[in-house]
Every structure is written in structure tokens, then in C-alpha cells.
Ligand binder design. Structure first.
Ligand code: ADP
Length: 536
């Protein structure tokens, strides 16, 4: 028997048009390079995004053509988020933190036809323009300066009165693409379909995942050039909430000022951002009046338990989440299940610091050499996922097929345990695992414990060759400014928390830890730096 339901395509067009119809008065606030605030409403956004789509079509945009953006988080980027895919194009966000040569490589690899770029980022564009051949480049004037000679103004372009034709899109048509930031090799492109982005938005809005709703004031700190700011602009516009876009000002004080001024209720970013925010709050606890219970999604790297606890003291609610470019990115979120709320609050932290349970339609498993790891919270295996917003391949790339198992699961390259309640805990990346005398040590667990020490600002634990054990952990430490601690003190601090063989054999104190464009610790570089380490 067949259903009698209509075939209704799941496209961003629906989300966009509905938002224009229902939420015209919702606000969009953007911080500009000079720190002033640009404000307008969904009705302006809707009209301008349609104008962008129409102008692109008039410029020759065909369904499936890639349009690149090189922009911070602000209103014009949001216009691109909807104007491009709803006109049939593919939104390709270039990561402005990458090396200029890599950006050029990525734009060429994706075959981008047009570029929309912030005027403040023209110096970056000029570093790779000799590598690329965009047909046209549109400059968004945000700084108040005239658009430099030789460039077209985005404002003039969208003022051309071209009416957008809404193409009848297949839900499987490409809507966007992102490249992985290359922590583990050369950048790889992932193409998101309309369907994937729509289902992802629906899943993100659910109460037990991110729980976004119309009354929220949403501030994505995670850049719109990194995994679509975790899809938050799509989810936010779907629910019609206020959007607060921080532009290029991502320092703790600027963000805290913005949270207060715009009554932000929901924000999201990587742990390094939250560490800075926490320090600023601890330094001046009375300076900001934030929305009580403000939700802060932490992902991209592990949220240390000490950080979750510290924010609780400020009545700010950290939600730990895991995902990847290849998973759009929502994978797991660490809410406490209702039945676990009976646990003493102290014990609940053991769950909140895990990466959480998978969202509906995301299936996870941890695989060992012997097969599916038991769900005992202890056995580590490679985390594999599948679902309607999980990539099935990379864009135009040979030789990466081993990232998918024969039965269609995506191999994340993360190592994880899964417990009886289904909570996933990431213990490492495959490439960062430390194997000592045949046993695995989770560098991430030891790092997170070290971060809990009051003198430690940052910690990385890496495996270094060892004559007897093959590899042993070395802890690389950055102290908080004005604080110091000895190796012996750190060792004594860790001892009650871990099995003896997990404890680092040595500690090295440094000024900084190398990081990737998205703020993750670059352990490959660190391992190189410490290659000739002599055990004391
Ligand atoms: P890249 O692969 O270039 O670092 P992604 O942003 O796609 O770019 O990173 C995804 C990876 O980030 C995951 O595979 C995982 O290793 C790490 N990650 C993401 N969220 C978390 C988290 N909550 N805890 C630990 N690691 C995380």
C-alpha cells in the first residue's frame, strides 16, 4: 500500500518564505567592524536576500552554480545564506582563517563562479586573487569606506531590481558546501542538500537537542564560514528568532557586552571562546547582567568539566555537543535524560561532560577490531555515524573512500566510548591516541583534568616515543598569566583521578600551544616540536 501524502520537497525556500511571511518584525542585529550595531528586521532581510537571488540569476547563475562568500557573521552573510540557495545556487563559505593559498585552492576546487566579500577582508582576497578566477566579485561595504576602484559594490548589485525567479528545486539539490579545516590532512569538500539542511534544522530546534524557539535571542559566535555556524542561521530563521551576529569582534568583552545589550538567550562556540569569557567574568563578576540560564553550546573540541561547573556558578548553562563538517554538524548533545535527573547534581556532571546522546536520525556505533564495542562506557572504539545529514562522500575527491565502511557508515576518525544510557564520550582522535605498552590512554581526559587546576590555562597531552613502552604521555602546559605550578604539583593533582599508567611522565611549560584556523590544538605540530624530547 502506498501513502496518500503529497511529495513535498524539503527545501530552504520554504523556511525562507515562511520566515518572510510570519516573522517580518523579528530583529537581526549585526556588529560592524567599527563596533557599531547594524539593525534591521526579517522583512528587510527577506527583501534583500531575494534581491540578491534575483541579481545573481540576472548575472547568469544556473542551478547548482557555486557562489563563494568570504565574510564574518553579519546581515549580508545571512542574505547570502538564503539568497544563494533559494535562487538555485550553492552557498560556499570560504574559511577566512585559512592560509591564503589554501583558500585559493579550495575556491578553485569547488569551481566557485562568484565571490561576495567583506570590504574589510579585501586585503585577504588580494593575497589569493592571482590564484582564482571568479567571474565577478561583489564587495559588501561595512566599514563606511567607498568600495575601492576596480570592484563592484554588493549594494549596487542587489539594487538592480532583478526579480528572483523561485526555481522548483529537488530536495536533493545542493544548497551549500563547506570544506573541512584540515586538522587531519588536506581540505575536503562536503556538499549539503536542501533536504539535509532542512532536516538538520528541524532536529536542531528540538527541545532535547538545541531547543531553539521564536522567543530566543540567538548569537552564533561560531563563524558562518565554519560548518555554516553549526547550521544555526538556518535553524534560527526557521523558528523566526532574533539573530545577534557578532561580526569580527570575538573577544570576551565585546561578546559579553553584546550578550547583555541584546538580551542573548542562546549562544554557541568553541571552548577557547568560553575560556576567555569565563576569565573575563571571573575578573569582573558584577560587570555584566546576562540572561539567567543563558544556554551556551560548546562544541568543536571537548568542554572540560571544570568549565561547565564554573559557568553553572554564573547561572549560565553549558550544553556540550559533538559534530563534524561531515555531519552538518549536529551529532550528539549532552542533556541529562529525565531518569538521570534523580542523580545527585554532582553525578550529573559525569554525563554533562560527555558529548551526549545522538539526535534523532543520527545513528552511532563504536567499532573495535573485534566489532561493535559493548555499550559499557569503557571500551573504546572508532566512532562511526550515519544519518540523513551525514556525508556519503567528498566533493570531487578520489582516494578517500576508506572514510566509509563497506556497509555505509562514516568513519569519524574519533575514538569514543558509549555507555549503557547511550551517551557518547570522545576520548581522542585516532591520530592523537597514545598507546602505552599496548594500552590506550585518552589524551583528552587527561587534558580536561589538567584544565581543572587553578594555575593551568591550556593543556595538551601527546604521545612521545619511549624505549620501554613505545609511547608515553607528555603534558604540555600553558600557565595562566601571573600563576605558576610545578610538575610535581600537577602530578599530585592528577594522581587520584587516573590509573597510574595514564599519568604523564613529564610536563613541559610553554607560552602557547599551536592551533588550527578553528581554534583546535594542532597536535601534529606539537608532536613535531617535541620529537626529540628526552625523558627525565
Ligand atoms: P576538522 O576536522 O578540520 O577539525 P571539524 O570542525 O569538522 O573540522 O571538526 C570535527 C572534529 O572536532 C570531530 O571529529 C572531533 O574530533 C572534534 N570535536 C567536535 N566536537 C567535539 C567535542 N564536543 N568534544 C571533543 N571533540 C570534538
Amino acid at each position: 500500500m502506498h501513502s496518500t501524502m503529497m511529495q513535498f520537497p524539503l527545501t530552504l525556500t520554504h523556511i525562507f518564505e515562511r520566515a518572510g511571511q510570519l516573522f517580518g518584525a523579528s530583529e537581526i542585529v549585526s556588529r560592524l567592524p567599527d563596533k557599531s550595531l547594524h539593525r534591521y528586521r526579517y522583512r528587510d532581510f527577506h527583501e534583500r536576500a531575494r534581491a540578491l537571488g534575483g541579481a545573481l540569476q540576472a548575472a547568469g547563475l544556473q542551478t547548482g552554480d557555486r557562489v563563494a562568500t568570504l565574510m564574518w557573521n553579519h546581515y549580508a552573510h545571512l542574505e547570502a545564506y538564503f539568497g544563494i540557495p533559494c535562487a538555485g545556487g550553492v552557498l560556499h563559505t570560504l574559511n577566512l582563517r585559512l592560509h591564503a593559498d589554501d583558500i585559493g585552492y579550495i575556491a578553485n576546487h569547488a569551481g566557485d563562479r562568484f565571490l561576495i566579500v567583506d570590504d574589510a577582508l579585501l586585503p585577504l582576497y588580494e593575497k589569493f586573487r592571482h590564484l582564482v578566477k571568479f567571474e565577478r566579485v561583489f564587495v559588501v561595504p561595512l566599514t563606511g569606506q567607498p568600495v575601492p576602484a576596480g570592484y563592484e559594490s554588493y549594494e549596487d548589485f542587489i539594487r538592480g531590481n532583478a526579480v528572483m525567479q523561485t526555481p522548483a528545486l529537488d530536495e536533493r539539490a545542493a544548497a551549500g558546501m563547506c570544506y573541512t579545516s584540515g586538522t587531519t590532512g588536506r581540505p575536503k569538500g562536503v556538499v549539503y542538500s536542501h533536504r539535509a539542511l532542512v532536516l538538520h534544522s528541524m532536529a536542531c530546534a528540538m527541545g532535547d537537542t538545541l531547543g531553539l524557539k521564536q522567543s530566543d535571542s540567538l548569537c552564533p559566535v561560531v563563524p558562518m564560514f565554519h560548518v555554516n555556524a553549526w547550521g544555526l542561521p538556518f535553524t534560527g530563521v526557521m523558528v523566526g528568532c532574533k539573530l545577534v551576529l557578532p561580526g569580527p569582534h570575538l573577544d570576551a568583552v565585546s561578546l559579553l557586552d553584546l550578550y547583555q545589550a541584546e538580551a542573548v538567550t542562546f549562544t554557541a562556540g568553541v571552548p577557547t571562546i568560553w575560556m576567555g569569557i569565563l576569565q573575563a567574568l571571573e575578573k569582573a563578576p558584577a560587570q555584566w547582567k546576562l540572561t539567567p540560564g543563558m544556554r551556551m553550546v560548546v562544541g568543536g573540541a571537548a568542554a572540560p568539566e571544570s568549565m561547565i561547573r564554573a559557568f553553572d556558578r554564573f547561572n549560565l548553562n553549558v550544553l556540550h555537543a559533538w559534530g563534524m563538517t561531515e555531519t552538518t554538524p549536529l551529532g550528539t548533545t549532552a542533556h541529562i535524560k529525565h531518569a538521570l535527573k534523580n542523580l545527585p547534581v554532582e553525578d550529573q556532571y559525569a554525563y554533562r561532560r560527555k558529548q551526549g546522546v545522538p539526535a534523532p536520525f543520527v545513528e552511532v556505533r563504536a567499532m573495535t577490531d573485534e566489532g561493535n564495542a559493548p555499550r559499557d562506557g569503557v571500551t573504546m572504539g572508532e566512532l562511526q555515524v550515519r544519518g540523513p545529514w551525514v556525508a556519503a562522500g567528498y566533493y570531487n575527491l578520489d582516494g578517500e573512500d576508506d572514510k566509509w565502511t563497506a556497509d555505509g557508515w562514516f568513519r569519524t576518525g574519533d575514538v569514543a566510548t558509549i555507555d549503557a544510557e547511550g551517551y557518547v564520550r570522545i576520548t581522542d582522535r585516532t591520530k592523537d591516541l597514545i598507546k602505552s605498552g599496548g594500552e590506550w590512554i585518552s589524551s583528552l581526559e587527561v587534558e580536561n583534568a589538567l584544565i581543572g587546576h587553578p594555575a593551568v590555562q591550556e593543556a595538551a597531552v601527546i604521545g612521545i616515543a619511549h624505549p620501554k613502552w613505545d609511547e608515553r604521555p607528555l603534558a604540555v602546559i600553558v600557565c595562566k598569566s601571573g600563576k605558576s605550578v610545578t610538575s610535581a604539583e600537577l602530578h599530585a593533582y592528577l594522581t587520584p583521578q587516573f590509573a597510574k599508567f595514564w599519568l604523564p611522565d613529564d610536563y613541559s611549560f610553554v607560552m602557547e600551544i599551536p592551533r588550527t584556523s578553528t581554534g583546535k590544538m594542532l597536535k601534529s605540530k606539537l608532536r613535531e616540536q617535541f620529537r626529540d624530547w628526552q625523558w627525565s
